[in-house]
Design a protein around this ligand. Structure first.
Ligand code: 5GP
Length: 188
């Protein structure tokens, strides 16, 4: 059993048979011991990373615990743009469809914080259809940085994100891999 699976069994709650609610340790309250464990686990799978890229909000805590296991490398979080006036000259911009909200929105990173040839580890809370990770990879590519892998706390394998990323040649690591939701239960 992967280490994050125990936590999901104890504290996770299923919504509409496709969303897992894990507010008690990941999406609302953060369990720091757990987040540190995630950081150690992610860091043990990747070498020579220059920077971590995540997306606000829930990926940030896990990006930080991972970075602190990687010699305190910088963490950059892509911002969900709230303004219609984004400076296209100073920002990399991509559009990401939110799995939980169903809407697409612009996500930006200032060009100062992603540089050519930097090896970037992408960290997020969940991997579902892969839209968030693919958007973050797009931002890396715009900067001519190198997406070195994707690390997510929880992966829902049946929603296809891992397959898309692996087809792009991206290494994927997950703290828990959910195969399906069946009769209100999580099957790993
Ligand atoms: P994807 O872009 O891979 O389809 O979905 C990943 C994003 O959607 C994550 O950043 C996460 O915020 C959200 N997400 C996807 N599935 C779930 C889920 O089952 N539970 C929660 N809490 N968030 C999810």
């Amino acid at each position: 059993m992967k280490f994050a699976e125990n936590k999901i069994v104890k504290e996770g709650r299923l919504i509409n048979n496709d969303i897992l609610k894990v507010d008690s340790f990941l999406n609302h309250q953060i369990d720091i011991k757990f987040a540190k464990k995630v950081g150690k686990f992610f860091a043990s799978h990747f070498k020579n990373i220059d920077k971590i890229l995540t997306i606000e909000t829930s990926g940030i805590a896990f990006a930080i615990t991972t970075a602190s296991e990687m010699n305190d490398i910088p963490v950059v979080f892509a911002k969900k743009s709230k303004s219609k006036i984004v400076d296209v000259n100073s920002s990399y911009i991509t559009v990401i469809k939110s799995f939980t909200r169903g809407i697409s929105s612009e996500v930006i990173v200032d060009k100062k914080y992603l540089k050519k040839n930097e090896r970037i580890l992408i960290v997020d809370d969940f991997l579902a259809e892969g839209n968030a990770a693919i958007g973050l990879i797009d931002l890396c590519k715009q900067a001519q940085a190198v997406p070195a892998g994707v690390a997510c706390v929880v992966e829902k394998t049946f929603q296809g994100g891992r397959k898309k990323l692996e087809n792009m040649g991206i290494k994927v690591i997950a703290g828990a891999a959910i195969k399906e939701f069946k009769d209100g239960k999580v099957i790993f």
